[in-house]
Design a protein around this ligand. Structure first.
Ligand SMILES: Cc1ncc(COP(=O)(O)O)c(C=O)c1O
Length: 447
């Protein structure tokens, strides 16, 4: 592991950073007056450091994205070298990182996916996947689910089914929803046949000839690490084939080793028609996203005009960061390591569930994991309402922060998605802090 950031002495205190940033910069997903951000000076491996030197475990890889861990010298050097050689050419030109990364991705992508369109992040990947699907099929409807997040740009926000969509409506014309694999507030997923019948019903009612694509997060991320039961992903593929509709797998969060395989869809041996990626592609060292497409879809654009583009498409420095990041996954065996750490994380989840009545259920695949907290296991009553929070969850969040662990807390859930380079000892360190926080949640248990 080549972790070697060289921290220089911070010239600002946490207090100063927070004050100025709050005064002059706008924060996403927030009521600006209620913010209490953490100031970070530098980071290494799984640890973040404040300007005052307080160490914080990053148990969520920031936004499930710094998969290789922080401060990896190999990626920093690749970024520096590319910046010294060629900073930018517009996307009609080609560069060595573009040639190499395109080829490399086609080797690790599922099935016959062998062409990628480079953008700057996940939402842009989704926007372009919508366009590619519409151009390719000549149809305009796109299907997505309620328990889904696909990004915050206009089209991606409409595809997003969760409440982050509400204030942004009305959205894109032609987005239709189909049933989720998991109902909110229930412990177990729906039977596969029921979920698939729901999708097929929607296709029938909408008219298959009007539908360009079915979008899905292969494993739903921020809406609860919802792992589809075996057979579901294969079933969606089969339905899309039967009705000649494109299947678009959103692997922005689940891709790049998070689940112990390059892509989550590899667990089910399915090749989607289009696949979106971002986050782990550069481990967030620089912004980059991509849409991958199957050979026959790309081939259609050999003679058909694609009406879409971005100034920063195929930005050479981001592409150099991605190439180096992929080398790190390979050199350090991080995909295999995530697979090996999967059972270790699951054992921690099981131990916490055995000790704490507030743990209603837990889900994980590789290092993609979550604990759902409840007031009561039977009947199953989540510790928050849908799209809500509760005093107990706020106290749990405060405990974790006070004890030096950062992770995502959403609704009644504690996410556990550390960088893939995490060791068994470091996993134990993180879960020991969560163990302490759950004592608080246990006090709310009534049944
Ligand atoms: C599954 C999924 N798709 C798309 C996005 C949007 O990516 P970005 O924030 O890079 O635009 C996200 C972001 O969290 C995501 O989790």
């Amino acid at each position: 592991m080549a972790q070697a950031t060289v921290p220089t002495a911070p010239s600002m205190s946490s207090e100063e950073m927070v004050r100025l940033a709050r005064e002059h910069t706008f924060f996403s997903w927030s009521v600006q007056g209620q913010l209490d951000p953490i100031a970070i000076d530098h980071a290494e491996g799984i640890y973040l450091y404040t300007p005052e030197g307080k160490r914080i475990i990053d148990f969520n890889s920031q936004l499930m994205s710094v998969n290789i861990g922080h401060g990896d010298r190999r990626v920093i050097d690749a970024i520096t070298a590319q910046a010294q050689k060629l900073q930018f050419v517009q996307p009609a030109f080609v560069t060595e990182p573009r040639a190499r990364l395109g080829e490399k991705l086609s080797q690790i992508l599922p099935g016959d996916m062998d062409k990628v369109f480079f953008v700057l992040g996940g939402a842009e990947a989704i926007e372009n996947a919508i366009k590619i699907a519409r151009h390719y099929t000549g149809r305009y409807k796109v299907l997505s689910r309620y328990r889904a997040y696909h990004g915050a740009t206009f089209g991606a926000m409409t595809l997003t089914g969760d409440p982050r969509r509400w204030p942004n409506e009305p959205g894109l014309v032609g987005v239709v929803r189909y049933p989720d694999t998991h109902r909110w507030g229930e412990k177990d997923p729906r039977p596969v046949a029921e979920s698939l019948r729901g999708l097929e019903d929607v296709i029938m009612y909408e008219g298959p000839h009007t539908i360009a694509a079915v979008f899905l997060e292969t494993i739903v991320g921020t809406n609860g690490i919802l792992i589809p039961p075996d057979g579901y992903i294969q079933g969606v593929r089969e339905i899309c084939d039967r009705y000649d509709i494109l299947m678009v797998a959103d692997e922005v969060m689940a891709g790049f080793g998070r689940t112990g395989k390059w892509f989550a869809i590899d667990h089910w041996g399915v090749t989607p028609d289009l696949m979106t990626m971002a986050k782990g592609l550069t481990s967030s060292y620089l912004p980059l996203g991509a849409v991958a497409m199957r050979h026959h879809i790309a081939a259609k654009f050999d003679s058909m005009y694609y009406s879409g583009g971005l100034t920063y498409s195929s930005h050479p420095i981001s592409l150099a960061a991605a190439l180096a990041t992929i080398s790190v996954y390979e050199e350090d065996g991080l995909i295999e390591h995530a697979a090996a750490m999967g059972p270790v994380m699951r054992r921690h989840h099981e131990a916490l569930a055995a000790r704490h009545p507030s743990v209603g259920t837990h889900r994980s695949l590789g290092l993609f994991g979550i604990l759902d907290l409840v007031r009561s296991r039977d009947p199953y009553v989540p510790l928050t309402s849908f799209n809500g929070t509760s005093d107990e969850m706020k106290t749990v969040g405060k405990y974790l922060r006070d004890h030096g662990l950062y992770t995502m807390i959403a609704n009644n859930s504690i996410h556990t998605n550390p960088p893939l380079c995490i060791t068994e000892e470091q996993l134990a360190e993180g879960f020991a802090i969560i163990d302490g926080a759950l004592e608080i949640a246990d006090q709310a248990v009534t049944g």
